[in-house]
Each structure stands twice: as C-alpha cells, then as structure tokens.
Ligand binder design. Structure first.
Ligand code: ATP
Ligand code: MG
Length: 245
C-alpha cells in the first residue's frame, strides 16, 4: 500500500531519521513505536506531506509520490489524524466531516450547500464506525475525546481514504474512551482500511495491531508481527531497541 526507502530527515545538527525502510501492507494495522525523540512523528509528517524528506523515496500503491501538503495526501487517499485533531470545536459534527469538501445541490448561481445530505451522510459514517453519536448537528465542543476521534475518522471516510494514519489517538483519553477508540480502529480496519498507528501504549498495540515497527534514534530496529507478544515484552523491546527473549 505504502512503502518508504532510505527515508532521512535532518533538522540542523539533529538526524531525526537516518534512512528508514518501511512497508505498509494493504488491510493491516501497523503500529509504530519507539522512545521519545525516536523519529515517529517525523516519519509520519513526511509520509503525510506535512514535512519534506532530506533524502529517500516513497511509493503509494506502487507509484512514486511526494506530497506537497497533507491536503495533497488526502486527495490521494492517505488521511492523517493528528493528536490535536484539527477539528473546529464550535462547528457542527457534519460541518467538520465535510470541511473543505462540502456537498452542494442545484446548478450555477443557484448552487447551495446541501445541509440535509451532509447531516445524513455524516450520521452514516459515524454509524459505520459504531459511534454512539446520532445527532450530527451537535457542536464538536460538546463531544467527549473518544467521540471527537470518531468525527476525525469520519472525515477520513468522507475523503474515501484507504490508508489512515493516527498519531497517538489515545494519549489524552481515559480508560473507557480508549476502549472506544480501539473499537473505532477495529471498525475502520473491518471496513477494509489500512491503519498506521503511532502509540506509546503497548496494551493498545497488542490489542489492535497486526505488526509493529520500532524506531530508535532515527532507525528502524524491529519490524515483526505482534502475534505472540504481550505488552510487557513489547515495552522491553522498545527500551532495549532489539528483540528480547
Ligand atoms: N522541527 C524540528 N526542529 C528541530 N528538531 C526537531 C524538529 N522536529 C523534531 N526534531 C527532533 O527530531 C528528533 C525526532 O523527533 P520526533 O518528534 O520525530 O520524535 P518522536 O518519536 O515522535 O517522539 P515522541 O514520542 O516524543 O513524540 C528529536 O530529536 C527531535 O528533537
Ligand atoms: Mg511524536
């Protein structure tokens, strides 16, 4: 689905990424782990078009790509959900879902926003994700953290993204909301989407990911299936930067 080769990024004297090769396979949930400063966010920013690489190449569905912006990546079917979610809290759920790609009806000068269609379709995306929210005219500010994640994911569905990248989606959430977001990820994956999940929470990784890549000081040190690993072993691998017994 997505592959990067020799991806490098230097910020002045800091080598944030030092030549990373990574393949994301269609339909999988891939977790990217690593200590603070390992290069996870840098990798994701380059993949999503928010930053440009100093070196290396990237292919999406086999085709060489270089995204000019996150919007460019979104148009090509790669959606990134940042930790701050980039939602407009005072606007309604449906307005957030359709932001930048509103539905209209009518022709020429008579063209108007198709509010009923957007309200209804936004409801459909949330239902597809198993979200408990049904009234999409509610302001995002009135939603819980987990429900806000569902709005951000619904936005990715609206763009028909087939690969969804999430940077620490459960970092600010409580136990119940974290469980909701893990369910969202499962629903997204069951709908055929490929998911890349950056996480510091090894229990989350073990719960939803098929494969894990571990970064250390800008290099990929582990890339393996999650099956057979528990959260403790995975934590040790992140700390050691190598396989542990
Ligand atoms: N804009 C920047 N300017 C200078 N250095 C940067 C910049 N962005 C990242 N870095 C450095 O690059 C390295 C990798 O940072 P990155 O944010 O990718 O780490 P991370 O794995 O996401 O860490 P965390 O788990 O803390 O989010 C760090 O040493 C960081 O200080
Ligand atoms: Mg980060």
């Amino acid at each position: 689905m997505l592959s990067v080769r020799g991806l490098a990024k230097r910020y002045g004297a800091v080598q944030a990424l030092a030549g990373v090769d990574l393949d994301v396979r269609p339909g999988e949930v891939l977790a990217i782990c690593g200590d603070n400063g390992a290069g996870k966010s840098t990798l994701i920013k380059i993949v999503s078009g928010a930053e440009t690489a100093s070196d290396g190449e990237m292919r999406l569905r086999g085709e060489a790509v270089r995204f000019a912006s996150p919007h460019d990546a979104l148009r090509r079917g790669l959606a990134t959900i940042y930790q701050d979610l980039a939602l407009a809290p005072r606007l309604a759920i449906y307005q957030n879902v359709f932001m930048g790609a509103e539905l209209t009806r009518g022709v020429g000068p008579l063209r108007v926003l198709d509010k009923p269609a957007m309200i209804e379709q936004a409801r459909g995306y949330l239902a597809q994700l198993g979200s408990s929210v049904t009234d999409t005219t509610r302001a995002v500010a009135t939603l819980s953290g987990g429900q806000r994640q569902s709005v951000a994911i619904a936005r990715a569905l609206r763009w028909n993204a087939d690969i969804v990248v999430m940077d620490e989606p459960t970092a600010a959430l409580g136990v119940k909301e974290t469980a909701q977001v893990l369910d969202l990820i499962r629903a997204l994956n069951a709908a055929g989407k490929t998911v890349v999940l950056i996480s510091h929470n090894m229990a989350d990784v073990v719960a939803v990911a098929h494969r894990v890549a571990i970064l250390k000081q800008g290099r990929k040190v582990i890339d393996r299936p999650v099956a057979g690993l528990d959260a403790d072993t995975l934590s040790h691998m992140v700390m050691a930067g190598r396989e542990v017994a």
